[in-house]
Design a protein. Structure first.
Length: 106
């Protein structure tokens, strides 16, 4: 059964372009993970400060295996960190992961 993981990331005004840039730099990094089915980065179009990172997985085990993988850790390091530099300042001020199962749709 497909599971959906949503990372709700609170991004203060003025930092949204930087968040989009950082995600673009690692586009496709999760695509080859076993059980991965899809990804969307949703930018708010109203006055909300929360961006949503929506991923779909074959099952919970696939998601947990990816979380524990070296590719997860590597994908969440900045380009500067990957070349032995200092980590950039965080863009988000808060983040939480929500878990869902698909219950219907068309």
């Amino acid at each position: 059964m497909t599971v959906v993981k949503i990372n709700a990331i609170t991004v203060p005004e003025g930092s949204d372009d930087e968040l989009a840039h950082r995600f673009a730099q690692r586009a496709g990094a999760v695509d080859d993970a076993d059980g991965f089915e899809g990804f969307e980065l949703l930018r708010p179009t109203d006055d909300r400060l929360q961006w949503l990172v929506v991923t779909r997985w074959r099952d919970e085990e696939s998601f947990q295996t990816w979380l524990a993988s070296p590719s997860f850790a590597e994908g969440h390091r900045s380009a500067a960190e990957r070349s032995s530099g200092a980590a950039p300042r965080p863009v988000a001020v808060h983040s939480e992961v929500w878990s869902y199962a698909i219950a219907g749709g068309s």
